[in-house]
Design a protein around this ligand. Structure first.
Ligand code: SAJ
Length: 427
C-alpha cells in the first residue's frame, strides 16, 4: 500500500518525532494536538520537548513543506494515534485521550484507510475500545479500513535514532491490517518489522517494560539486603555480572518516567489474579524513595532544620522529563521531614517542588548546605569536583543514590560519603 498523506494525533514525545520523520521522508503529514499551546509553539518554530536533535528534525520537517500542525484531524490515507494513556489514582489506565482521538477520526474515516494505535495500552484496547468507536463511522474494521497496533520502543534521550533503527512489532486486527501497517512504517524504519495480531503486539510492549521494572526491583531489593549484610552492592553486582547469563540492573532512588513505572499496572489491571510478582515489584520500586529518606535521615542524625542541596529532579540522566520522578518524591519526603531543601535541575531550571527552594545554579544550591544528595546521574554531576563542592558547603555529608561518586575523592575532600546499597563492612 502507498500512503501519501497521514494524520498523527498527539504531538508529544512519540507523535512529534514520528510525524516529523514521516515528513522528512516525503510523506505529507498533518500533526494534530488538542493542546492549543503545543500547536502555537510549533507554529512559531519552537519545540515544546527537550530531546537531542528533535528541534533540528522538526525544523527540517517544516522546511520540507510536508509537515503542518492543526488542532483537529482531517482526511488522510492513514491515522496514527500517539496520545497519552496516563495512569489514574486507582492504578488503572485512563483511556480518555485514546477514546477522544478515535472519536475525532470517525468523521474523517474513508474506505481503504489505515488506523494505527501507538499509545501504550492495556491488552485488548485495539479490539475492544478503538475498533467499536471507529466502526461508528458505518465502516467495518478489516472489511473497509485497516486497523493495527504498533507501539514505539524508543528510549528518551535516543528517540531519533531508535525510531529508525529499532525492531517493531506490528499487530493487525487481521493480516491485511498488519501488512498495511508495515507498508506505512517501511517508509523510514530500518529495524526488523515483525507482524502479529493486535493483542499480542499490545502485550509485547507491556512485557518489555514490566520485565525491566521487575529487574530493577530485584536490584533495589539486593541493595537493601547488602546494607544488612555489610556488603557493597555495586561491587557485588559487578562480580555477579561476570557470570555469562547474569545481567543485574542498577539500584537507585526508584523508578520513574511515564513508561516503566506505569505500564506494569496495565497488566495488573487486565489480569489481577495473575500478576503477583509484577504488583510486588511495583511496590518495591515505589517504596524506594522512602527507603532513601531513611538512609539520609540516619546518616545525618535527623533532618529537621538541615540545609540540603538536592542534585537533579529528572526521572533519569540527561533528560528534562520530570514525570513520575523518584527524585521529586525524595525531595517531597525531605521537605515533610522538616529539612530546608534547595533543588537544582540543570535541564529544567524553573522546576520546583512545593516547600523546596529551586536554584538556578549548582553553586547557589550548594552554598551553605549541610548535606548534598545526588538524585540523578546527569553527566555534569558525575564529574563534580568534591574539593570545589566542599568550599561552598557548610557541612560535609554527601549521599549518592546512584552509585557514581568516587569514595576516595570525596573522602579526600573531607566528606563522609554514604552510598545506597553499601553496608558498613567489618572486614
Ligand atoms: N532505572 C534504574 N536502574 C536501572 C535502569 C533504570 O533505577 O538499572 C530507572 C531510571 O533511573 C528511571 C527508570 O528506571 O527512573 C526508567 O528508565 P529507563 O531508562 O529504564 O527507561 P525509560 O522509561 O526511559 O524507557 C523505557 C524503555 N523500555 C525498556 O528499556 C524496556 C524504552 O525502550 C521504551 O520505549 C520506553 O520505556 C517507553 O516509552 O515505553
Amino acid at each position: 500500500m502507498d500512503f501519501e498523506t497521514i494524520c498523527v494525533l498527539g504531538l508529544g514525545y512519540i507523535g512529534l518525532p514520528t510525524a516529523s520523520t514521516f515528513a522528512t521522508h516525503g510523506v505529507r503529514v498533518v500533526g494534530v494536538d488538542v493542546n492549543k499551546r503545543v500547536v502555537e509553539v510549533l507554529h512559531n518554530g519552537e519545540v515544546h520537548i527537550h530531546e537531542p536533535g528533535l528541534r533540528t528534525l522538526v525544523q527540517a520537517a517544516f522546511r520540507s513543506g510536508n509537515l503542518r500542525v492543526s488542532e483537529a484531524p482531517e482526511e488522510a490515507d492513514a491515522f496514527i494515534i500517539a496520545v497519552p494513556t496516563p495512569i489514574q489514582k486507582d492504578k488503572t489506565a485512563d483511556l480518555s485521550y485514546v477514546v477522544a482521538a478515535c472519536e475525532s477520526i470517525v468523521p474523517c474515516l474513508k474506505k481503504g484507510n489505515l488506523v494505527v494505535l501507538e499509545s501504550t495500552s492495556p491488552p485488548r484496547t485495539t479490539m475492544d475500545v478503538v475498533k467499536p468507536i471507529l466502526e461508528r463511522s458505518g465502516l467495518a474494521a478489516g472489511g473497509d479500513f485497516h486497523l493495527a497496533y504498533s507501539a514505539e520502543r524508543v528510549l528518551p534521550g535516543k528517540i531519533l535514532s531508535e525510531l529508525i533503527e529499532n525492531a517493531r512489532v506490528m499487530g493487525g486486527i487481521d493480516r491485511a491490517s498488519a501488512e498495511a501497517c508495515r507498508d506505512l512504517y517501511h517508509v523510514f524504519v530500518r529495524g526488523e518489522i515483525v507482524l502479529t495480531d493486535a493483542t499480542t503486539a499490545e502485550m509485547v510492549k507491556l512485557m518489555e517494560n514490566t520485565f525491566r521494572d521487575v529487574n530493577i526491583a530485584i536490584a533495589n531489593e539486593f541493595a537493601r539486603q547488602a546494607e544488612e549484610f555489610g556488603v557493597d552492592i555495586w561491587e557485588a553486582i559487578r562480580f555477579a555480572n561476570l557470570h555469562p547469563r547474569i545481567s543485574i540492573l542498577k539500584p537507585g532512588p526508584g523508578v520513574g518516567g511515564h513508561c516503566i513505572s506505569v505500564d506494569p499496572w496495565f497488566l495488573v489491571e487486565a489480569a489481577p489474579d495473575q500478576s503477583q510478582l509484577i504488583r510486588q515489584a511495583r511496590l518495591v520500586n515505589d517504596s524506594q524513595p522512602a527507603y532513601v529518606l531513611g538512609i539520609i535521615d540516619s546518616a545525618a542524625g535527623g533532618l529537621r532544620g538541615k540545609r540540603i542541596a538536592a542534585l537533579g529532579l529528572a526521572y533519569k540522566p540527561d533528560v528534562d522529563d520530570l514525570r513520575e520522578s523518584p527524585a521529586i518524591e525524595v525531595v517531597r519526603l525531605l521537605v515533610d521531614s522538616g529539612a530546608e531543601v534547595v533543588t537544582y535541575e540543570p535541564y529544567l531550571l524553573g522546576a520546583a517542588v512545593a516547600g523546596a527552594e529551586s536554584s538556578q545554579s549548582l553553586d547557589a544550591a550548594l552554598q551553605g548546605a549541610d548535606i548534598v544528595i545526588l538524585l540523578v546521574d546527569h553527566e555534569m554531576f558525575r564529574s563534580l569536583n568534591p574539593t570545589s563542592v566542599a568550599k561552598l558547603m557548610a557541612g560535609k555529608l554527601a549521599v549518592d543514590t546512584r552509585g557514581i561518586w568516587d569514595r576516595a575523592d570525596w573522602e579526600q575532600a573531607g566528606f563522609t560519603l554514604r552510598v545506597i546499597g553499601v553496608g558498613a563492612r567489618d572486614g
